[in-house]
Design a protein around this ligand. Structure first.
Ligand code: NAD
Length: 256
């Protein structure tokens, strides 16, 4: 159903971004993969995905912490019917110990990058007469946890940006929505397990079960395929009147 559309997915050589890119490619879209690295493996990933799904897949290196690089990514893509703002990092520390450089990097990558890519992509969507912006926010875009000040601030911010994007495009065939995943077992989450264990004085297994999945009533991690499927749904005709909102994929977290 997405044949003829070009999708740009930021931060997509790993985790949720990669899963979303695969779902979009499977649905027939041409895909642009991105991260800040420019390795042979990154380009191989694109070649393998193109062969697997019989579509065009390119890898474009661009550092989403840099405003110009965000805009250049979209310019280099040439077309952008579907924009998925997914690049994100995490850092966990109490506010008074939180390094300023980490705060700045998280705000830049997790929030401001979406402003810059959206600004560059909207004219292309308007020219094409169709567009979909899907921002990968988080349950932390709707609720908070201690020690994640920058992440929670950035994710609440991207939910706000999503609403403004929807209002500025409301009369056009363009929608903007945010997906709010609970915990998905990706490298980003696995990296938090040792820190979490240390903070709560637990083993890593205990931290996974009692702290991380404590917030997720289903007691199961969401999967990258489920986030990918939700993205494809938001790009479908059935979702044409869904705009400016959030869709939680969090096993009941935000119902608590
Ligand atoms: P991940 O670490 O597996 O993937 C992050 C991706 O972003 C990688 O491809 C990485 O290369 C890329 N990236 C990091 N810094 C970048 C930069 N400066 N420029 C370009 N790309 C950069 O993590 P993930 O769990 O897949 O996270 C993806 C998104 O989903 C993030 O925005 C994250 O906040 C969000 N999210 C994740 C979870 C979860 O439980 N994993 C839950 C809610 C939201």
């Amino acid at each position: 159903p997405l044949t003829g559309k070009t999708a740009v997915v930021t931060g997509s050589n790993s985790g949720i971004g990669l899963g979303v890119a695969r779902s979009l490619a499977e649905a027939g879209a041409a895909v642009v993969l991105n991260s800040y690295t420019d390795n042979a493996e990154d380009h191989q990933l694109a070649a393998d995905m193109a062969a697997e799904f019989d579509t065009t897949v390119r890898y474009i290196s661009a550092d989403m912490s840099k405003p110009d690089a965000c805009r250049d990514l979209i310019a280099q893509a040439g077309e952008c019917d579907i924009l998925v703002n997914n690049a994100g990092i995490q850092h966990v520390d109490p506010i008074e110990d939180f390094p300023t450089a980490k705060w700045d990097a998280i705000i830049a990558i997790n929030m401001s990058s979406a402003f810059h890519t959206t600004a560059a992509a909207l004219p292309m969507m308007r020219k094409a007469g169709w567009g979909r912006v899907v921002n990968i926010a988080s349950a932390h875009g709707l609720t908070a946890s201690p020690y994640k000040s920058a992440y929670v601030a950035a994710k609440h911010g991207i939910v706000g940006l999503t609403k403004v994007t929807a209002l500025e495009t409301a009369k056009e065939d363009i929608t903007a929505n945010a997906i709010c995943p609970g915990y998905v077992l990706t490298p980003l989450v696995e990296a938090q397990i040792p820190d979490t264990a240390k903070k709560y004085d637990m083993t890593e297994d205990e931290a996974k079960e009692k702290v991380i999945l404590d917030r997720q009533p289903s007691k199961e991690f969401a999967t990258v395929e489920q986030i990918g499927g939700t993205t494809v749904f938001l790009c479908s005709d059935h979702a044409a009147q869904i705009t400016g909102t959030t869709i939680s994929v969090d096993g009941g977290w935000t119902a608590l």
